[in-house]
Design a binder for this molecule. Structure first.
Ligand SMILES: [Zn+2]
Length: 322
C-alpha cells in the first residue's frame, strides 16, 4: 500500500505528494544508513531455529485476495474480503473496530479487524497491514496485489503460525487495517482512516499503554525485495528489525536506503508508541507499479513474503526477550 501516498516522503520532501512524479521515492533517498548499533553478542545469544511462514500458502492468499478484484472501502468486493479474512480466523479471538468515516467522497463504513494471540508477558506487539485498495483507482481494474494484497496475506500467514501455540512472551495482535488509502487525494485527513480511529480509541480506553511495539507491513511482496528504512519510525525498533534480518541472513533485502514515510504507523507514532514501518517503496523501477493497474500478482514472489514474515517473527522473538 500504500502508502503512500505519501508515503513517502514527508521527511525529506516537504509534502506528501500524491502523484507519482512528485512523490518519486528517489527524492527521499538519503543513501545507505545502516544502523551501526548491532550487538553481535545479542545476535549470537539465541541462535534458535529461524521462524518461518508457509510462503506457498501466503502467495495463495494473495492470489485469492486479488481474485476479488478492486477492494476499495464501501465496495461489495471489500465486504467479500472482510468475510474472507474472518473466515480464516475461525476459532481465534477476533475483534473489530467498525465505524463510519466522513471523507471527501462521502460517508463510508470502515472496519479494522484484529486477531489476538495471548502471551505470558504483560504487553502487546501489534503487527498491522491494510487490506483496502486505492479508491480513486476503483474503476481502472486496479487490484493492488502488492499494495493491499501482500499485507492482507502475510497477516493471514502469521495467524497460521501463531495459532495453537503457547506464546512465551508478549501478546501478539494481528491487525488488518482499513481505509488506509486516500479516497481523493492524500492529506492528513484524507488517509489512514482506520488507524487514526483506532489510535484515538486506544488512547481513550488505555490500551495504548500496553503496546510495546507497532509493526506495519506494506508492499512487501515485490519479487525484487528492498525494504526501506523509515526515518519516521522509532530508531531502536528499526535497528531491531535489521538485527532480526541479519540473524536470518536476509539483511541484503533491508534498509539499503532510507525514506520518510507516512503510513499506518503514523497515528501511533504521534502518540508515543514505538513503531516500525516495513515497506518496499521501490516497486518496479522508480516505483512505477505503485498505484497503477500494473500492481499485479506476477510482480510478487512467495520468497519475499517468506523473508518479511520470518523477519517479523524473529523481531517478535527478540522483543519477547528484550
Ligand atoms: Zn497505496
Amino acid at each position: 500500500m500504500k502508502t503512500a501516498a505519501c508515503l513517502t516522503l514527508s521527511l525529506i520532501l516537504t509534502a506528501c505528494a500524491r502523484d507519482k512524479s512528485a512523490s518519486a521515492p528517489k527524492a527521499a533517498v538519503t543513501s545507505n544508513l545502516i544502523p551501526t548499533s548491532l550487538d553481535s553478542s545479542a545476535l549470537s545469544a539465541d541462535p534458535g531455529p529461524a521462524p518461518s511462514i508457509n510462503s506457498a500458502r501466503a502467495m495463495q492468499y494473495v492470489r485469492e485476495v486479488v481474485a476479488f478484484g478492486p477492494r476499495p472501502i464501501g465496495s461489495a468486493n471489500h465486504k467479500k474480503l472482510e468475510d474472507y479474512i474472518l473466515s480464516h480466523l475461525k476459532g481465534d479471538t477476533v475483534e473489530d473496530d467498525a465505524f463510519t468515516a466522513d471523507t471527501p467522497e462521502g460517508k463510508f463504513p470502515v472496519r479494522n479487524i484484529m486477531a489476538k494471540f495471548p502471551g505470558t508477558r504483560e504487553g502487546v506487539i501489534v503487527v498491522a497491514g491494510h487490506y483496502d485498495t486505492n479508491y480513486p483507482l476503483r474503476n481502472t481494474g486496479y487490484v493492488g496485489a502488492n499494495d493491499g494484497g501482500s499485507s492482507t496475506a502475510i497477516l493471514l500467514s502469521l495467524a497460521n503460525h501463531l495459532r495453537g501455540k503457547k506464546r512465551d512472551g508478549y501478546s501478539v495482535w494481528l491487525l488488518w487495517t482499513d481505509g488506509e488509502e486516500a479516497v481523493k487525494q492524500w492529506t492528513a485527513t484524507d488517509s489512514l482512516y482506520g488507524t487514526r480511529h483506532l489510535a484515538e480509541k486506544w488512547r481513550n480506553d488505555g490500551t495504548l499503554k500496553k503496546i510495546k511495539a507497532f509493526l506495519v507491513v506494506d508492499m512487501i511482496g515485490d519479487a525484487d525485495l528492498n525494504v526501506d528504512r523509515d526515518a519516521n519510525s522509532t530508531p531502536w525498533l528499526e535497528d531491531l528489525v535489521y538485527q532480526a534480518a541479519t540473524r536470518l541472513g536476509y539483511q541484503s533485502h533491508f534498509f539499503g536506503r532510507t525514506i520518510g514515510g507516512v503510513d499506518d504507523h503514523a497515528p501511533f507514532m504521534h502518540l508515543g508508541v514505538p513503531c516500525a514501518d516495513l515497506i518496499d517503496f521501490d516497486y518496479g523501477y522508480d516505483n512505477v507499479f505503485w498505484h497503477t493497474p500494473q500492481d499485479t500478482l506476477d510482480k510478487l514472489s512467495p520468497k519475499s513474503l517468506e523473508i518479511v514474515g520470518s523477519v517479523i517473527l524473529e523481531t517478535v522473538r527478540m522483543l519477547d526477550k528484550k
